[in-house]
Design a protein around this ligand. Structure first.
Ligand code: BGC
Length: 428
């Protein structure tokens, strides 16, 4: 054995509704496409057909030996207009949950993953406090309708990425570019998470369940000074990390809102997570305002640095805020030709397995190639290839590697030689 996976750790994959479902839905991302803002012109309605192919996809997950599956529900499907519930959509998600159970795959449901119904977006979305009750109604609906079939929930995916891409950099809908709305959205998402945490527990307790697990999927990066001996680079790295992730993590996890965030909802301090949810991808190099990529570093096909040790460094940072079991709710890479994904997986799983932190779950991003937000379908993160014309699924070599790791409970020499040896990253 090159290394063993921790005994308690369950392994599976993650997806998000907007990125794999396809179909005509009145969401902000469908609108973004209509505005011509998806770089390669991918239409989310064409998507990757999971809405139709969910039986086939579930069977494939079982065949691959996956033990856990993180997926999202699409708000605009469940509530096409405020207060209206689409019962057919509810029934369809229930069927999927049942099939997962039949196949012994434990679901983790994401309630919000970047996409909003247009009716919510046009009234100001998460920027306006008076709109937040709509999100809480979605949370109630999710637990009322799915609470008997699912015990594990993510309230919100990557609130910092959503707030900064949509409100600070203006690359995602609604494309605002200002600091104050960004901070307001962060506060509002923290408010939503903390309220949702209470609602989910209360409701499931009333349904007779005591196994509920609720958390958020935190996106953390390592922010490293370009020159560690340069005082200003060090300050810039700390400040970027604080503003992008540390302040918000503290607010979401403990109900403590460090300046410049403000606890306008007068939320009590407490412990608002049952697991540490970490989405980890990369390290950023900082020398001033904004972040960059280290020169001469291993890169993926989107130019992100590949830095496996960072998965443990970021988990440690979250563990220091509140010690809880660690679930890697996303980790993966853009590798368009599946040249180095197996090595990426190998190195990240090795770092996790050799750490003394309590890692309990690993969800690889992503089950299949999918719509990578503004990049469209051209950026490929899947263990499973989706044929562009027919939407047929084909397990990639990295997918076969992952199955072997799950089957063997670690990486054997033989599996390493077959899938990892000789697969190298690009250095740029
Ligand atoms: C998101 C995913 C995304 C992935 C790769 C995360 O930020 O949660 O939706 O596809 O990273 O960029």
């Amino acid at each position: 054995m090159m290394f063993r996976i921790p005994e308690k750790m369950l392994m599976g994959v993650a997806t998000a509704s907007m990125q794999i479902e396809g179909g005509e839905v009145d969401s902000n991302w469908h609108d973004w496409y209509r505005q011509g803002r998806i770089k390669d012109g991918t239409n989310p309605a064409d998507g990757n057909d999971h809405w139709e192919k969910w039986r086939e996809d579930t069977a494939l997950m079982a065949e691959m030996g996956l033990q856990i599956y993180r997926f999202g529900v699409e708000w605009a499907r469940l509530m096409p207009t405020p207060g209206q519930v689409d019962e057919a959509a509810v029934a369809r998600y229930r069927e999927e949950l049942l099939l997962l159970k039949e196949n012994g795959i434990r679901p983790l449901m994401t309630i919000h993953h970047f996409s909003n119904p247009m009716w919510f977006e046009t009234i100001g979305g998460f920027e306006k406090r008076e709109n937040l009750h709509f999100y809480l109604e979605l949370v109630e609906l999710v637990i009322d309708r799915f609470g008997d079939l699912c015990s594990d929930y993510i309230t919100i995916n990557e609130p910092n990425v959503y707030a900064t891409n949509s409100y600070f950099f203006g690359e995602w809908p609604p494309a605002r570019k200002a600091l104050l709305p960004t901070l307001r959205v962060m506060e509002n998402l923290a408010y939503c998470h903390i309220r949702a945490y209470g609602i989910i527990h209360e409701k499931r307790r009333a349904m007779g369940y005591d196994d509920t697990m609720v958390g958020c999927a935190n996106h953390l990066r390592v922010f490293a000074p370009k020159n560690p001996k340069n005082f200003w680079h060090c300050i810039a790295a700390k400040l970027t990390s604080f503003l992008f992730q540390d302040a918000l993590t503290k607010a979401m996890t403990l109900g403590r809102f460090p300046f410049p965030l403000c606890n306008w909802g007068k939320l009590k301090t407490g412990e608002y997570t049952d697991f540490i949810g970490l989405n980890y991808y990369t390290r950023s190099t900082v020398e001033g305002v904004g972040d960059g990529v280290r020169e001469n570093s291993p890169r993926n096909d989107l130019g992100w640095e590949i830095y496996p040790e960072g998965i443990v460094e970021c988990a440690q940072a979250l563990y220091d805020v509140l010690p809880r079991p660690i679930w890697i709710t996303e980790n993966g890479t853009c590798d368009n030709d599946d040249r180095f994904r197996s090595r990426y997986l190998y190195e990240h799983l090795k770092a996790v397995s050799e750490s003394t932190l309590p890692f309990e779950r690993y969800y690889h991003w992503c089950f299949c190639d999918n719509l990578e937000w503004v990049e469209g379908n051209s950026a490929k993160f899947g263990l499973v290839k989706v044929d562009e014309a027919t939407r047929a699924r084909l397990v990639k070599e990295s997918g076969r590697f992952y199955s072997a790791v799950i089957r063997d409970g670690g990486v054997t020499r033989e599996v390493y030689d077959k899938y990892v040896s000789g697969r190298e990253y690009d250095i740029r």
